[in-house]
Design a protein around this ligand. Structure first.
Ligand SMILES: Cc1cc2nc3c(=O)[nH]c(=O)nc-3n(C[C@H](O)[C@H](O)[C@H](O)COP(=O)(O)OP(=O)(O)OC[C@H]3O[C@@H](n4cnc5c(N)ncnc54)[C@H](O)[C@@H]3O)c2cc1C
Length: 386
């Protein structure tokens, strides 16, 4: 039976980041990915900030950048809407297939052994080691990293899961420089519909919501916009309930979507899940360098991630609860209550990865604040008073 210091189950952004960082410390690391190709099937809009990429130590290859010209975001309620400038946020649309392969190459160069079409079926403690049973035979390891995505978390809790559909679409109504986010509490309860352009006339168009038939909701959204052709369809669950209580148990370390590290507002996870993998890999490397004697070193991972994102994620959860309570009339009223100067302020100071501060500024308007308070009581203070 082959033995590795670290086995990572799941070869997507969080697992590959964990593998890259652990392998840099000369640990023997295997990444076991059940699909036949790293980066597939792609189930991601690929919208990410360049700042986030930089923090992950990734300069996206030209082949991974589908669109670097996003300049504005149109935010719509059923009968209202406004536009934010997105110049300052420097967001790009990435091709996840290419991005994940790029990170896989980084991990491989750091000496990780990446295997595809290798599905992890179980992992069990056997003394100080784990026995990992896979479709390609059994392995042993000292540290097991669970990076299997939402599939891993929904086995424990189905409540925080929304259904989503995202299609690759060719349509004249998609403009290269504009993202669209459309709220409608009846069609997409607890979430929204979106357009992420990859070029003029092409993009990724999706919807998500609690208990919806995502395929028919997406069809209605696109039918109302004009002609289109769908060239690829993806259906995937998304997790919006924030991080699980404990990322580490013994020498089992959970990262990425499997640990609930996706933003509860937008379900964006490339940066926050990637950071989970990065910090987990570093703490495992440190524990190995310390002679595998002190497992408390692994706790540095959860402390580090929570220090970066804990506060922001709890505010995002408050914003989520507010959204879940707004009906379409309230959505329209809220949108019309936001004055132009607040929108300009949000455009010029808003941070794509830490967006609750911009949201709080927009709600810090008398009528909007009154409505939010009526719906959430004093809980809204956690968002607005910061
Ligand atoms: C429709 C949609 C749109 C999104 N758009 C964006 C966006 O625009 N921007 C953004 O930042 N985020 C977006 N996200 C979120 C983002 O895709 C995820 O947060 C991110 O990919 C999580 O990375 P991960 O490595 O934790 O998990 P995943 O990317 O889910 O990867 C898990 C990996 O584990 C593998 N696996 C599962 N089970 C096993 C097993 N038993 N054995 C071996 N391997 C296994 C899977 O094949 C997969 O490769 C979107 C998500 C969805 C669903």
């Amino acid at each position: 039976m082959s033995h590795f210091d670290v086995i990572v189950a799941g070869g997507s952004i969080s697992g590959l980041m964990a593998a890259r960082e652990a392998a840099k410390a000369c640990a023997t690391v295997a990444v076991l990915e059940e699909d036949a190709e790293i980066g597939t099937p792609e189930h991601c809009g690929g919208l990410v900030s360049m700042e986030g990429m930089k923090n992950l130590g990734i300069v996206p290859d030209a082949s991974a950048v589908e669109n670097s010209r996003i300049r504005r975001a149109r935010i719509l309620s059923p009968s209202n809407g406004f536009e934010l400038s997105a110049e300052k946020q420097k967001v790009v649309v990435l091709d996840r297939r290419a991005l994940d392969k790029q990170v896989a190459l980084q991990a491989q160069r750091a000496s990780a052994d990446i295997r595809v079409k290798c599905s992890v079926r179980s992992f069990n403690k056997d003394g100080t080691r784990y026995i990992v049973k896979t479709s390609e035979g059994d392995f042993t390891c000292d540290y097991f990293v669970d990076a299997r995505g939402v599939a891993s978390i929904i086995n424990k809790n189905r409540d925080g899961v929304l259904s989503s559909a995202q299609y690759e679409v060719f349509a004249p109504w998609i403009k290269r420089d504009a993202i669209e986010v459309a709220f409608d509490s009846e069609r997409y309860p607890g979430f929204f519909a979106w357009v992420i352009p990859t070029g003029d006339g092409r993009g990724k168009v999706g919807v998500a919501g609690k208990g919806i038939n995502a395929a028919s909701a997406l069809k209605s959204y696109m039918d109302a916009k004009g002609p289109y052709s769908v060239v690829r369809k993806v259906y995937a669950p998304i997790w919006v309930m924030g991080p699980i209580a404990s990322f580490v148990s013994g020498r089992t370390v959970v990262v990425g979507d499997a640990a609930g590290q996706t933003k509860p507002t937008t379900a964006g996870g490339i940066y926050t899940c990637g950071t989970g993998g990065l910090l987990a890999g570093r703490s495992i490397a440190k524990a190995i360098a310390a002679g595998k004697k002190d497992d408390s070193i692994l706790d540095e991972y959860q402390k580090g991630w929570s220090a970066m994102f804990g506060e922001e994620f709890s505010k995002m959860l408050v914003a989520r609860r507010l959204l879940e309570r707004l009906d379409n009339k309230a959505l329209d009223e809220l949108f019309s209550a936001i004055p132009k100067d607040k929108l300009e302020d949000a455009s010029s100071t808003g941070d794509f990865d830490f967006h609750t501060a911009a949201l709080a500024k927009m709600l810090d308007v008398k009528s909007a604040g009154r409505m939010a308070k009526a719906l959430l009581g004093n809980e809204i203070r956690r968002l607005v008073d910061g």
